[in-house]
Structure formats: C-alpha cells, structure tokens
Design a protein around this ligand. Structure first.
Ligand code: SD4
Length: 326
C-alpha cells in the first residue's frame, strides 16, 4: 500500500502538479471564492435556480435525511418551474419543437441511474432514481425510458410551454444553430450534497442545449461526464456545452484528480485546461463544480459569467465562479 502511495505521490501527482499548481495561488487569493472548509451538511449547485434547489435539499439534510434524497428533492424544484427554461417543464425544445430531457443521479455507494432523450415526463431525475433503485441497469433512453416511467406511475405531460414554443418559432425563422455562449443555452442544474454523516450524492438534470438535433444526448445523463461522485473522495458536476464535457469525461476527471491530491479548485481548473487545450473554447461555455469530503468546494469555467449557489454554514448564497478567460 505504501509503495502504491509513493508511486502516486511521485508519479501521477507529480505530473498533475506540473500543470495545476501554478494556478493555485490565483484561486486561493480570490476573495469571491470562499472555498474554505466549512464542513457539512452542504449543498452546491449550478446557476441561480440553484438557490431554491439548495433550500429544498438543505431541508432534507437538516432533518437528518440522506444526501441521495436531498439531491433528488433539490433538483425537482427547477424541473417543475416553467420559468427555468433549460430544465424539465418549460425547457427549450430541440429544432423540431420537442422537449427531450436528460438526467442522472448517483449515491454514496456508487449506485447510479440515468435517463436520456426522455419526453413528456416533468421529473426525469425521479425516473433516473427509479432506474437506480428498481432495475439492474444504469441508463434507460427514449421510448423505453418513457415506457418505464409510465409503467411506474409517472404522468405524461406536455412540457412545451407557450413561452418556450414562442422562442422556438422565433428561432425557426433563421434556423441557425450555434451552440455558443448565450444565457439560454446554459441552465442545466447539477447539484452535489454532503449530508450530516458526511456521505455524498449528486444529481444533474436538463433539457439540454436548445435547438439541438432531435435525438441528441449531452453530457448530463452520462455518469462521469455530467456528474460523478465517489464517497471516498468527493463529487463533481458540469454545465455548458455537453460535447466538450463528454470528450473529456469531465466530472470523472475532476474526482480522479481530487483522489490524487488536488483540491476541488485545482481539479476544476485542470478539467477546464483539458478542454481549452484541444477544443475551440472561445465559442463555448463550460463550468465545473466540485466538492471534497471535508466540505471544501471549487468552481471554474471557460468564460467569466458562470455562477453557482452554495449553501453551507447556515447561509445560501450566489457566488461568481473564477474562469479561464477574464
Ligand atoms: C448539455 N450540458 O445538454 C448540457 C447543457 C447545459 O447548462 O449544461 N446547460 O450539453
């Protein structure tokens, strides 16, 4: 065992250190990024709709509930909110006007479930939870996922709100597809929680990139891409252009970097560095959140305007993420 540790220290971590440690001082000095060890329970989630999601999740945790129940309860809030236009009900549709949803969930034992390309069900996260709890599988997709949901009592609904349909009809006039940096394309909720016991779970749910090709599935339902947790180490989730996250298996990468000794902040920065190295990052926003078992967190994005909600030490607050481009 000690040999293995030495190998990790001298080998893998040495190599990682070369690329992540120069950035460390920037993260540590930034006062807007209070990634200090405030302990748990804690909840962290992407974007402003993370605030009410965190509230809901924290209520479960304060009552002594498990992280897995908290993350599911939390993300159900934006899923049900028609004003949240990249998640669940009211999500912007694909180029054919269809709302197709992706979601995944993972608990402290490494169990996980996910659904992709699911239509007509307002709470894909709860279908993902049921895939995890009641099937021998990890992922159900498309009509099979819908069939499974209906068989288990979920209600079939029209998720395309008037407001979303109007936006789609406007888009149809030009039909120009640019998965670029703009606000409506980036509102996936990824949420991570540490419960009173210190166990960790995560959830991620989205209607994906608006105006995507029919059938397109992003990073959000893919365990290890849109979200990943390991109860020995911590957890991570992603938001933004899913293709870039899929190509680098971003959330898994962040957790593995933490396993090798990186702080959550260093791990998020390195995962963004991998994207910046090989992809046309100037046109894409990608943001990562990470937490470790101590309750420390990190956040990093390609562009400056990624923010997140952190509920820790009795306070729920919005924080602007650090970013590669200033
Ligand atoms: C996707 N990652 O489908 C999602 C979109 C997203 O915030 O995160 N929006 O690629």
């Amino acid at each position: 065992m000690s040999n293995r540790r030495n190998f990790i220290k001298g080998g893998v971590l040495g190599a990682i250190g070369a690329s992540i440690f120069p950035k460390l001082s920037i993260a540590k000095m930034d006062k807007t990024n209070p990634n200090s060890d405030n302990g748990f329970p804690m909840v962290i989630s992407t974007w402003r709709h993370g605030m009410p999601a965190n509230e809901e999740a924290m209520e479960v945790l304060q009552g002594g509930g498990k992280a897995i129940d908290a993350v599911e309860a939390g993300v159900r809030i934006p899923e049900a909110d028609p004003e949240s236009m990249s998640v669940g009900l009211g999500g912007l549709p694909d180029r054919e006007g269809k709302v197709t949803l992706d979601a995944c969930i993972m608990d402290e034992t490494g169990n996980c479930g996910s659904v992709s390309f699911l239509q007509h069900i307002k709470h894909p996260i709860s279908v993902a939870r049921l895939v995890m709890d009641n099937t021998p599988h990890v992922m159900l997709s498309g009509s099979g996922a819908l069939q499974f949901a209906l068989e288990n009592g979920f209600k079939k609904e029209n998720l395309l709100t008037e407001k979303a349909e109007k936006r789609w009809r406007e888009w149809l006039k030009e039909s120009e597809y640019k998965p670029v940096i703009n606000v409506e394309n980036h509102d996936t909720i990824g949420l991570l929680a540490l419960d009173k016991k210190g166990d960790i779970s995560g959830a991620c749910t989205t209607s994906g990139l608006s105006w995507k090709m029919h059938g397109r599935v992003g990073d959000s339902p893919v365990i290890g891409a849109g979200m990943f947790v390991d109860n020995e180490v911590g957890g991570a989730c992603a938001t933004g252009v899913g293709e870039a996250v899929l190509k680098t298996l971003g959330s898994f990468l962040v957790v593995e970097l933490m396993r090798q000794g990186a702080t959550p902040q260093e791990a998020c920065e390195e995962a963004i560095a991998r994207i910046v190295k090989n992809q046309n990052y100037k046109d894409m926003q990608i943001g990562y959140l990470a937490i470790n078992k101590k309750g420390e967190h990190g956040a990093y994005a390609v562009h400056p305007w990624f923010n997140y909600a952190l509920y820790q030490g009795g306070e729920n607050q919005m924080i602007d993420s650090l970013s590669y481009l200033k």
